[in-house]
Design a protein. Structure first.
Length: 232
């Protein structure tokens, strides 16, 4: 048939700029010769269907809309959860502040009450003074010792380390003090000690992602330091 021959020979839109001559290519069943196409005009089978529905485009648009809506839903859910958590945090902090204030009013020499009230102090010098007072009232209060060590980081690193180590002696489960100890030791130039303290933190708190990232950085630096020592 002529259509097969046309396809076999190629389309007038191919390499040749001249229209194909269809004479002698018609099948016997055809009783009339179609009008020749104008140069550059595509055959009917290749002509774009101008009025055909763009179902693929519509389906793609619908899929894009669905994806966008899902993203919006996830974002709104995350924002709602963040607002809920913040609301709970504020409620708990308000309750804690009230309890610490009551405890302090009952006994101004209560080391734990003084330590607890430092949660609501934003001026560093004032917080350090209150924590020093809490340690004076009870030098075996591990929370006051650990908090004071953390506040002294970058101010007096040797004293900070002393307080942190003392806190961990009294309460080895005070895991958050270990990461602070690691940072203080790094500040003091004791990289192996910082690595050991960070590893100890992860032993007590395996899910601590911040400690895991910090330990990875420390181990990289320790490995680099050892390689330099070998090359010297």
């Amino acid at each position: 048939p002529a259509a097969r021959i046309l396809r076999r020979r190629g389309s007038p839109l191919g390499d040749s700029p001249q229209p194909m001559v269809l004479e002698h290519l018609l099948s016997p069943e055809q009783d009339e010769v179609p009008e020749p196409q104008q140069q550059g005009e595509p055959p009917a089978e290749h002509a774009p269907a101008l009025n055909a529905p763009a179902s693929w485009d519509e389906d793609q648009d619908d899929a894009d809309d669905d994806s966008l809506q899902r993203a919006v839903d996830v974002l709104e859910a995350a924002e709602a959860e963040a607002e809920r958590v913040e609301s709970v945090r504020k409620t708990l902090m308000a309750e804690a502040k009230d309890l610490y204030q009551r405890a302090y009013l009952l006994n101004p020499k209560d080391s734990y009450a003084v330590n607890g009230l430092t949660l609501f102090v934003n001026i560093r010098s004032e917080k350090i003074s209150m924590l020093e007072r809490a340690v004076e009232l009870d030098n075996e209060n591990p929370y006051a010792l650990a908090n004071l060590g953390g506040e002294l980081f970058g101010v007096d690193d040797q004293l900070a380390l002393q307080h942190l180590e003392r806190a961990l002696e009294i309460n080895p489960k005070l895991f958050y003090a270990r990461l602070c100890k690691s940072k203080v030791m790094l500040q003091l130039g004791d990289l192996p000690g910082a690595v050991e303290a960070a590893r100890s933190q992860l032993e007590w708190q395996p899910s601590d992602q911040m400690a895991a990232r910090f330990l990875s950085q420390l181990e990289f630096r320790l490995d680099a330091m050892r390689r330099r020592m070998i090359l010297v």
